[in-house]
Ligand binder design. Structure first.
Ligand SMILES: NC(=O)c1ccc[n+]([C@@H]2O[C@H](COP(=O)([O-])OP(=O)(O)OC[C@H]3O[C@@H](n4cnc5c(N)ncnc54)[C@H](O)[C@@H]3O)[C@@H](O)[C@H]2O)c1
Ligand SMILES: N[C@H](CO)Cc1c[nH]c[nH+]1
Ligand SMILES: [Zn+2]
Length: 438
């Protein structure tokens, strides 16, 4: 049985169709999400409680997680998981600390001093997905950079299970990062709550975090009216560029590791080879997928997302890089078993959320613990957005101080430009300081 539809030498005009994302159930999505957001704006907490019942099957009496629940979480997870979280925490913390920018300072000419003041965003909202799996790793990915950036106020929303509880590992990871304000709210309604504010949840300045199509659509909608977002970080996707020398088991495992996220995940494979050799390698990958599926869970997600996954074969590595750039994958794995070829491909790649190089850089490493952030742009947004980093939590405010001499020196330029724009009040603000008109 072939899981991946295969294409040799795809032509440019076919690419929009062949590289299209796997959107499921997306008809009417915009309207459904805007109705949820409108209800949250209008009714506040009452709408959140109603949606928790409707979508999460949870009857809640209160939205905020109590401090005792956070403290008890520590006793509910294994020591092994605590140790693993500590390793992940340290690697993520180190790499995100390294990302802290330096404030620039420059005197462009005598008497004209310019600088940038770097400040943390004051109140940030973190969304942790919890629909098909409680993604406690995402808690580290979002809360550590907030901690490194010293954001003074951090709120976290995540969907409750049907008993009204949050997975203890999410609560434990949050407490490792000093996050105490946690609400049992998921989906588009959580995004509405953080954007507009409700009786219990104070509005935030920026929302971070991945989620399914409802969450992502809600983030896009609120970002056009009242609240900044990190980026559209929707259903997970991976593209692997391999060669016939690559290990087919490794390639299959990477494709499956993303396909298992949800029905709308997508796994794409590009084999850099001639048709015969490339298709023979694809046969080996298919056999590896078959073998691995037999021992994996989550078949309902794996099979659904494999259904819209594809494999391409092309002998020209430049064309393989062009396919990757056209797809702009959230994750791009370059595993050619040939370091110079991998390096060459890396040089040509301009669109990807995060790149994994060589046979041992499985995406799971970045998903959990190597230290890079796993909150990344999907659906082609890697053409223009970067993934979450420490920078995402910081603002840079420009500051300037001109002395009287500095203003005098710049005045002819300012007067000429303001006159040419016919903005006489602008001109006057310069002239008045130099003894000119009022
Ligand atoms: N891009 C990234 O950086 C990144 C990182 C991690 C995870 N992800 C993705 O995040 C997603 C997590 O999705 P999830 O579903 O498991 O969790 P989720 O928390 O994003 O969504 C669950 C919520 O969706 C809402 N919902 C479910 N069905 C609905 C319906 N019919 N109408 C309206 N709302 C509905 C409910 O409120 C529910 O609480 C996956 O697609 C995964 O691939 C992406
Ligand atoms: N691959 C996801 C980002 O698309 C992140 C994740 C969390 N847990 C496992 N994987
Ligand atoms: Zn993953």
């Amino acid at each position: 049985m072939a899981y991946l539809a295969r294409f040799y030498d795809p032509q440019d005009e076919e690419l929009p169709n062949l590289l299209a994302r796997n959107t499921i159930n997306s008809e009417g999505l915009t309207e459904r999400v805007s109705a949820i957001l409108a209800a949250v704006k209008e009714e506040g907490d009452a709408a959140l409680l109603r949606f928790a019942k409707q979508f999460d099957k949870a009857s809640l009496s209160e939205l905020r997680v109590r401090e005792t629940e956070i403290l008890e979480a520590k006793g509910k997870i294994s020591d092994d998981l605590k140790r693993a979280l500590a390793v992940a925490y340290n690697n993520i913390f180190s790499f995100h600390t390294e990302q802290l920018p330096q404030a620039e300072k420059l005197s462009v000419r005598p008497g004209v001093e310019l600088s940038r003041k770097i400040v943390p965003i004051q109140r940030v909202g973190l969304y942790i997905p919890g629909g098909t799996a409680p993604l406690f790793s995402t808690t580290l990915m979002l809360a550590i950079p907030a901690q490194v950036a010293h954001c003074p106020s951090v709120v976290l929303c995540t969907p409750p299970d049907k008993d009204g509880n949050i997975h203890p590992a999410i609560l434990y990871a949050a407490s490792l990062c000093g996050v105490k304000e946690i609400y049992k709210v998921g989906g588009a309604q959580a995004i509405g709550a953080m954007a507009y504010g409700t009786q219990s949840i104070k509005a935030v300045d920026k929302i971070f975090g991945p989620g399914n199509q409802y969450v992502t659509e809600a983030k896009i909608q609120v970002s056009s009216s009242c609240c900044a977002i990190d980026m559209p970080a929707g259903p997970s996707e991976v593209m692997v560029i391999a060669s016939p020398a690559s290990n087919p088991d490794y390639v299959a495992s990477d494709l499956l590791s993303q396909a298992e996220h949800g029905r709308d995940s997508q796994a794409m494979l590009v084999v850099c080879a001639g048709e015969k050799e490339g298709f023979a390698f694809l046969d080996k990958v298919e056999q590896a997928i078959e073998r691995q599926l037999a021992v994996l869970g989550r078949h309902e997600y794996l099979l659904a997302s494999l259904h819209s996954s594809r494999a391409f074969v092309h002998p020209d590595p430049r064309r393989c890089a062009a396919l990757a750039n056209a797809y702009a994958a959230e994750h791009l794995i370059i595993n050619m078993e040939d370091e110079p070829a991998e390096k060459q491909l890396l040089d040509w790649i301009v669109n990807a959320g995060s790149i994994f190089l060589g046979p041992y850089s499985c995406e799971s490493a970045g998903d959990y613990a190597s230290g890079t952030n796993h909150t990344l742009p999907t659906n082609g947004w890697a053409r223009s957005y970067s993934g979450v980093s420490t920078d995402s939590y910081l603002k840079k405010i420009t500051v300037q101080k001109l002395s009287k001499d500095g203003l005098e020196d710049l005045a002819p330029t300012l007067l000429t430009m303001s006159e040419a724009e016919k903005l006489t009040a602008h001109r006057n603000a310069v002239a008045i300081r130099l003894g000119g008109e009022r």
